[in-house]
Design a protein around this ligand. Structure first.
Ligand code: SAH
Length: 342
């Protein structure tokens, strides 16, 4: 399982071989990733034979949105599930990856949260999702989208800032060995305030997305249990600190739920927070999940919420939802497989 080895330690797997073998291998793992070891053409067949490339089996690959969305369900040897979703657009190809199998945050509207926590993912398991998508794109492309991962978002399963150590090592490798730009990587958090401050002090400057969903503590605590530990003001102050330290404007994520956080009062409060953080707001209509009756607002109510934000001077985008028919949309990961398996 080559991706579980620190890329700087790869020489240790072939102690008898000259040093350039490890460099060749590192190239195939991180610079020009391949789906199978057979494709590592400059490495002798005998050496390739025993290599185990991926730290997971790809149990299912599902395609949706006329081939522009691909979801993978990967399974680690201990049974932990890892899901990643690739989305092609005109000028970018975005990969959404998982940082944990399951999630302990228990946000009420999120399928991953509804099913609980399995375990943290290791740095190598996080990086391997990116390498797998890169290898897939090199072989198959994705319609007319760029055939490489141009954007990476930690918006799959898990709370990345609750798995700080492994996520940090993963970002070290992605920006170092793999050569991705930190700015093209977005860490999305539900608001682990102390970890947001730590992130601000890292040498690389990734983009930060804060999943707010409610603009007062009373409502937020009912949707996001972590709000009781790190209330809104602490999350906002940590986010301001991130902005001051990195010079990067964070974005705010808002999953719109009918009759819950789609009121004009919430829009006004959200606009005030966005002004203070100079943030862009991404609104996404809820993707329904199995364990609650929550629904997205109607198109008219969604429009009214967005118009209210815009007229208060906020920058807002309504995000499209991809992969709904394959349970690959935001917050739906892990839903299907957990409901069919006893
Ligand atoms: N734990 C991190 C990253 C994973 S969730 C976080 O909370 O940011 C990624 C995004 O998907 C978050 O903004 C989250 O609020 C959103 N999301 C979760 N469930 C959703 C659902 N059912 N419909 C729409 N968006 C959802």
């Amino acid at each position: 399982m080559l991706y579980l080895t620190d890329p700087e330690e790869l020489a240790s797997i072939w102690p008898e071989e000259p040093g350039y073998r490890a460099d060749q291998l590192r190239g195939w793992l991180y610079e020009t990733p391949v789906l199978t070891t057979d494709e590592m053409t400059n490495i002798p067949g005998l050496l390739r034979e025993d290599l185990e490339l991926w730290p997971f089996e790809v149990e299912a690959e599902q395609v949706a949105d006329s081939g522009r969305t691909v979801k993978w369900l990967m399974r680690a040897p201990d049974g932990a599930s890892i899901e990643a979703v690739l989305m092609g657009y005109a000028k970018r190809t975005t990969l959404c990856i998982s940082s944990q199998a399951g999630c302990a945050m228990a946000c009420t509207f999120c399928a991953t949260g509804q099913f609980g926590f399995e375990r943290h993912l290791e740095a190598g398991e996080i990086v391997a999702q990116v390498a797998y998508a890169a290898a897939f794109l090199r072989r198959h492309g994705l319609g007319s989208s760029p055939p490489r991962v141009t954007n990476l978002v930690f918006m799959g399963m898990g709370e990345p800032l609750a798995n700080y150590r492994h996520v940090k090592t993963a970002i070290d490798r992605l920006t170092g060995t793999m050569g991705m730009s930190a700015r093209s990587i977005t860490v999305s958090t539900v608001g682990v305030a102390p970890a947001i401050r730590r992130l601000a002090e890292e040498p690389w400057r990734v983009s930060l997305a804060v999943s707010l969903h409610a603009a007062d503590d009373e409502l937020r605590s009912t949707l996001v249990p972590l709000n009781k530990r790190y209330p809104l003001e602490e999350v906002i102050a940590a986010t301001e600190y991130f902005m001051d330290e990195t010079g990067r404007r964070p974005s705010i994520e808002w999953t719109l739920i009918a009759g819950t956080n789609d009121t004009m009062d919430q829009a006004d409060r959200l606009a005030r927070i966005a002004r203070r953080l100079r943030s862009h707001i991404n609104v996404i209509a809820l993707n329904p999940t199995p364990l609650t009756a929550d629904q997205p607002p109607t198109a008219t109510a969604t429009r009214a919420f967005i118009d209210r934000l815009t007229s208060a001077g906020a920058n807002v985008t309504l995000r499209d939802t991809r992969g709904q028919d394959i349970d690959a949309a935001c917050g739906q990961l892990r839903a299907r497989q957990m409901t069919v398996e006893p």
